[in-house]
Design a protein around this ligand. Structure first.
Ligand code: GLN
Length: 558
């Protein structure tokens, strides 16, 4: 189709759109990822993309209070945290193209308008914005890379800002009726006073969708109680879907159970039938089930302190928490995460606050708030030989702590927090110094790193060459390289081209590793990240050691 000289290309893929109704936070991302997992298991090449209706060009500049964690892809896109779920479920990387925002759409359309691409026409939401949305919705179908592309639409039906997206889907469905499917996620609330499940909010949200010309093909109903056939029939009748397309999504104890629940409810089968596609092979999910089994029946428990300034926010450290769950399953132990607000830590209380922890993870972050608390925590874990993993800012603060308390540079700091420090152990990367724009300008995405073969990191990764994802502006100052190495905090991982220090580890410590990159982004159910696996293992060993020494003390007291 040609629009103002522009071509929208149509590909052979099938498209499933996931919309949400009634309330936000129903877990569209998890439903989309679960459906994708089942389709992938059936042998279909499947991917998921997220369209977010906000005007920020990407979530990279958004505060975690607003939007939770910013997830980073291999190709350096700062994206919505749902992309993390997609990767963790599908075990395949996503990219820049998998996350589109209204800001991106408008930025592109306005740039083209300035270039004169619309040939004097009035540029409007319809058709220009909707066409650009459509073009991007179809784009992953290029080169037949995927059989099925699932598109999650952010927001809730009825939001003004979602309208162009709904309209774009309506048009695509009209143009390709056999290749598009709409799955609507909704809520069936339970009124305990009436002891009844209520379908009215769902009816209303489907009505809202149909007012915009779109009718769902499948309804996924979040509920606290099972839906009996009568309720399903009622929903089907009033929402104009077939009864087998009313899918129950009961609250699950873990998000990782949802693919199995959706398999039981045949969500994948109904989608394939409606798309006139074969069923493929029956999903086995062998590795997935093994993981769930270990997750559900842990043999022990470790407690890991997560030191950060956003710990009260569920979503701020999403990928770290998920990576710890994956690593816990490998180690067959439950990982209990104790949130430690770095702002609350003082030299007086830090000992007490870190008491009884089996390991400590100091989180990534930006800015000064809570920074001294992080440094205090690191001093304790270094001197008391508590297993420690420092990620990005956590690694940088491990270097600051070491410079201050071991090398004796009392005012050492990162220039991010103290631009005038005389001992800038962490300083802004050369390439960053001329950058003034904020969005998408950090050192982002995957970079190579070579590991010293005598290091613990090498032992953990079982390789001297690794690739990890980054998101930072500051780096270890190589002027301090030799002093650090000679005094025991050894830079063991470096970027082979730039020499930037990516990994430091402390000698004579059971586990003290700081990484400039974000290993958490690469941990998946089927490929738990080795660094997290080793870290949880170290926590387990620390616990065993504590237990055996306290037994010895008890025995000697008898
Ligand atoms: N603020 C630090 C930097 O920009 C660390 C960033 C992070 O932890 N992701 O280098």
């Amino acid at each position: 189709m040609s629009v103002d000289g522009r071509q929208i290309e149509y590909f052979m893929s099938k498209y499933i759109f996931v919309t949400g109704g009634v309330t936000s936070s129903l877990g569209k991302g998890i439903i989309a990822a679960s459906l994708a997992k089942l389709l992938q298991e059936r042998g279909y090449k499947t991917t998921i993309q997220k369209f977010d209706p906000y005007i920020n060009v990407d979530p990279g500049t958004l505060n975690p209070y607003e939007h939770g964690e910013c997830y980073v892809t291999d190709d350096g896109a700062e994206t919505d945290l749902d992309l993390g779920h997609y990767e963790r479920y599908l075990n395949t990387p996503t990219s820049q193209a998998n996350n589109v925002t209204t800001g991106k759409i408008y930025e592109y359309v306005i740039t083209r308008e300035r270039e004169g691409a619309y040939l004097g026409k009035t540029v409007q939401v319809i058709p220009h914005i909707t066409d650009e949305i459509k073009r991007r919705m179809l784009l992953l179908g290029e080169d037949n890379k995927f059989d099925i592309i699932i598109t999650e639409l952010g927001g809730t039906v009825g939001d003004i800002e979602s309208l162009p997206y709904i309209e774009a889907v309506r048009q695509l469905k009209w143009e390709m009726p056999d290749d598009c499917l709409v799955v609507h996620l909704t809520l069936i609330p339970y009124l305990s006073a009436a002891k009844e499940l209520k379908t009215k909010p769902t009816q209303h949200s489907v009505k809202l969708l149909s007012e915009n010309g779109l009718s769902p093909d499948v309804l996924v109903c979040r509920t606290e109680h099972s839906l009996n056939d009568d309720i399903k029939r009622k929903i089907a009748l009033f929402c104009n879907v077939t009864m087998d397309a009313v899918i129950e999504a009961k609250d699950a104890e873990s998000i990782y159970r949802v693919p199995l629940e959706m398999m039981r409810e045949k969500l994948d089968q109904i989608c394939l039938t409606k798309l006139k596609m074969g069923r493929g092979k029956e999903p086995e999910l062998t590795k997935w089930k093994e993981f769930l089994n270990k997750l559900s029946f842990p043999k022990g428990k470790v407690t890991i302190g997560l030191v950060g300034k956003y710990v009260e926010l569920q979503d701020a450290y999403k990928s770290i928490l998920e990576a710890l769950i994956h690593a816990g399953a490998v180690n067959e132990c439950k990982v209990e995460v104790k949130d430690i607000h770095s702002e609350d830590l003082t030299p007086q209380n830090v000992d007490e606050k870190l008491k009884n922890l089996d390991a400590v993870l100091v989180a990534p972050g930006f800015g000064s708030r809570g920074i001294e608390g992080k440094i205090e925590a690191i001093k304790i874990v270094r001197t008391q030989k508590i297993p420690f993993l420092g990620i990005c800012l956590g690694m940088q603060m491990a270097c600051v702590e070491f410079a201050r308390n071991v090398l004796g540079h009392k005012t050492a700091h990162s220039t991010e927090m103290d631009p005038d420090t005389e001992d800038a152990v962490i300083c802004m990367m050369e390439a960053q110094k001329t950058i003034t724009k904020k969005g998408g300008t950090m050192r982002l995405g995957t970079y190579d790193c070579t590991l010293d073969e005598k290091s613990k990191a090498y032992e953990i990764y079982q390789s001297n060459f690794i690739q990890e994802r980054h998101r930072h502006r500051y780096e270890f100052n190589s002027d301090f390289h030799d002093a650090f190495r000679d005094n025991g905090l050894v830079p063991v991982g470096k970027n082979p081209t730039t020499g930037l220090v990516e990994v430091v580890e402390l000698e004579n410590h059971p586990f003290f590793i700081g990484v400039q990159f974000h290993p958490e982004y690469k941990s998946t159910v089927e490929n738990p990240h080795p660094l997290f696996v080793a870290f949880v293992k170290a926590a387990k060993e620390a616990q065993e050691l504590k237990n055996s020494s306290s037994k010895k003390v008890a025995a000697s007291a008898v």
